[in-house]
Design a protein around this ligand. Structure first.
Ligand SMILES: [Zn+2]
Length: 269
């Protein structure tokens, strides 16, 4: 079974305007794909074309609301939704997460230190992570220096500090830290933490080769890596990574753990 641990969709209208949203700090982020490219039917088409059985869809207020995501996952058992909260630093965020999980049927929390303009370990954010843990849902934390200007918030060491503050939290580290992928070797010492591969695995394989990528995954622990594509319309990463993982000098069992077995255990402990 192949599970994509990190995808995005856009709610209607599915027109030709580019995906774009306003962030807490007043900045606007824009993606290269259009709203129509990221419709849920396009995701299903991409999953079917690549043999993907299940996908975890991340909330992203302004592009997809928790309510819409709840309708999407209720309609298709292959899809699972992660909630978005407006501002993780505000005390209201805990209630937003509870509503998303208990009323809209979402199964995780997505935190984005770049778009949320905060570090995941700052004291105001800790009650939200504690609440995710009490609700029994994992937190996927974007860990990739994007958008520009938010490098510091996206550094992996904040996740180390967060795990110290809330050791019981289940954390999925998004994008393998991307340029900071070496730090994943330190983070995985925490129990209850896995590393999602989009953009990070492709980067390290491109820079160092496939042999290095296989050795890196073994050193990390193949049971700690979960395949994700960050699909948000056809960005190429889904196909690129599936091809890459298949070419690695790992056993069939190890590849199957990365492609679906590991995340399946995280979602169904
Ligand atoms: Zn994401």
């Amino acid at each position: 079974m192949i599970i994509d641990s990190h995808v995005h969709i856009c709610e209607p209208p599915h027109n030709g305007s580019r995906l774009s949203r306003m962030n807490i700090d007043g900045s606007r982020v824009q993606w290269s794909d259009t709203r129509g490219d990221a419709a849920v039917c396009m995701l299903i088409e991409a999953m079917d074309g690549n043999g993907i059985d299940r996908a975890l869809i991340m909330g992203l207020e302004g592009i997809v609301s928790n309510e819409y995501l709840g309708e999407v996952v209720a309609a298709d058992p292959r899809l699972t939704g992660f909630a978005w909260v407006e501002d993780p630093k505000r005390p209201e965020a805990v209630g937003e997460l509870e509503t998303a999980v208990l009323d809209h049927g979402l199964s995780g929390l997505k935190l984005h230190p770049g778009l949320h303009s905060c570090s995941p370990s700052q004291p105001e954010v800790v009650p939200l992570i504690r609440s995710a843990s009490e609700l029994g849902v994992p937190v996927l934390i974007h860990c990739y220096p994007f958008p520009p200007g938010h490098y510091e918030n996206n550094l992996p060491y904040h996740i180390d500090s967060l795990k110290k503050a809330v050791p019981e939290a289940t954390i999925i580290v998004g994008h393998m830290g991307q340029v900071n992928y070496h730090d994943m070797l330190a983070l995985v010492r925490h129990p209850g933490l896995v590393v999602e591969t989009s953009w990070g695995l492709t980067l390290l394989a491109e820079l160092n080769g496939l042999d290095y990528a296989a050795r890196f995954l073994r050193r990390l622990g193949v049971e700690k890596a979960v395949y994700g594509s960050d699909w948000f319309g056809p960005n190429g990463e889904m196909e690129r990574q599936l091809g890459l993982i298949e070419r690695l000098d790992l056993t069939r069992d190890e590849k199957d753990m990365i492609l679906g077995g590991n995340i399946s255990r995280v979602m169904n402990p």
